[in-house]
Design a protein around this ligand. Structure first.
Ligand SMILES: O=C(O)/C=C/C(=O)CC(=O)CC(=O)O
Ligand SMILES: [Ca+2]
Ligand SMILES: [Mg+2]
Length: 362
């Protein structure tokens, strides 16, 4: 089972050598070209389809399934180049894993309380840099910056963050949690690359800036929200304010992280405290608008167990407790040439999200 059967058919943008960008869906390890279907499928990005709204998304899916069932010619994945599947409008990143928030507080702020006082009252987030969102496979250049007082140079603490990204199709503002599925088109995997030394020196009081703005990688296939099976959201205490209720669907997605081919962690998305519907409601609750192509990421996905953390900051206790990879080498943070792949699927494995991978170019 590849997780890329007829019940998934995620959308992407591909090209063949010397060819134009075209819309396709992934079927097994092949791509099915959709551009010949015309209309919204003739565009070189997903944005027009995403903007068209939920009824069109359903109609598009029916058309795609009919097309795939008719046995069209397919193109092997290894013969195509995959591109960013949509034009990224604004990019927002949340902080909604309780285990991650507690772990980072313990490691980075051992003298402060574990969770910020507002953490259970609202989904904390920050606005990121959409121009540096790149597709899986794009080499990641190690950023330089101020690492401490008087120190400038290449980061020594280059890290990853395994996250799930939600792609907005239909624009809106003041979006209630109950309208989440009318606005969000689909899901990708996100790696929010982070330079921990730059971040630690710069981030108070305004939050992440250059430590996270140099690159954010996304997986090339947008899995339509409609193919994922919702599960009950986690219990929330205290009960959130009215504008954050009802919580909306949660999703039991299983992530896995490999570092130079060594599996190092399996973050469980179902453990996230705030749902994607609550994040969107909060993001738009002050009248701020979202538009087609907006990407918002869940925040680092960490479960409560040691083998479930979504960052190397947590995995290696900020480099103090290195991990041993399959080749016997040890790692605290990323070295030049290292390769990280984050993959994911539904709990039953029937729906794959594919993977987001990146190699540190140095
Ligand atoms: O707690 C901190 O100081 C830092 C947290 C992060 O860097 C995580 C972040 O970007 C938000 C998230 O992915 O959960
Ligand atoms: Ca992040
Ligand atoms: Mg980032």
């Amino acid at each position: 089972m590849t997780g890329f059967g007829i019940d998934n058919l995620p959308y992407g943008v591909f090209s063949v050598p010397r060819g134009e960008r075209r819309l396709g869906v992934r079927l097994g390890n092949d791509v099915v070209d959709l551009s010949g279907l015309g209309g919204l499928f003739a565009a070189p990005s997903l944005n027009p389809l995403m903007a068209a709204g939920r009824r069109e998304w359903t109609a598009a899916r029916e058309a795609v399934i009919d097309h795939v069932m008719a046995g069209p010619p397919t193109i092997p994945l290894h013969d195509v180049t995959l591109h960013l599947p949509f034009e990224v409008a604004d990019y927002t990143d949340f902080y909604s894993s309780e285990a991650h928030a507690v772990n980072t507080a313990r490691i980075l702020r051992p003298s402060s309380p574990e969770l910020p006082p507002q953490w259970r009252h609202l989904p904390i987030g920050y606005h990121g840099r959409s121009s540096t969102v790149v597709v899986s496979g794009t080499p990641i250049r190690r950023p330089s910056g101020q690492l401490d007082s008087g120190v400038y140079g290449p980061t020594r603490r280059l890290d990853i963050e395994a996250e799930v990204g939600f792609v907005v199709g239909v624009p809106g503002r003041l979006i209630p949690t109950g309208s989440f599925e009318d606005h969000v088109f689909g899901v990708v995997l996100v790696n929010d690359w982070s330079a921990r030394d730059i971040q630690a020196w710069e981030y108070r009081p305004l939050g992440p800036f250059l430590g996270k703005s140099f690159a954010t990688s996304v997986s090339p296939w947008v899995v339509p929200l409609s193919v994922l099976t919702p599960v009950a959201p986690p219990r929330q205490d205290p009960q959130p304010l009215d504008y954050l209720r009802p919580a909306g669907p949660a999703y039991d997605l299983r992530l896995s992280i490999s570092w130079n081919e060594t599996p190092v962690s399996s973050p469980p998305f179902a453990t996230m405290y705030w749902t994607a519907a609550q994040q969107l409601a909060h993001l738009t609750s002050n009248g701020a608008s979202v538009r087609t192509g907006d990407l918002y990421a869940s925040g680092t996905v960490s479960g409560p167990e040691r083998g479930q953390v979504g960052s190397f900051l947590e995995l290696t206790s900020n480099g103090a407790a290195p991990v041993t990879l399959a080749d016997g080498s040890r790692r605290g943070y990323l070295r030049d040439g290292d390769r990280v792949e984050i993959s994911g699927s539904s709990a039953d494995g029937k729906i794959a999200l594919g993977s987001v991978l990146g190699t540190v170019a140095g």
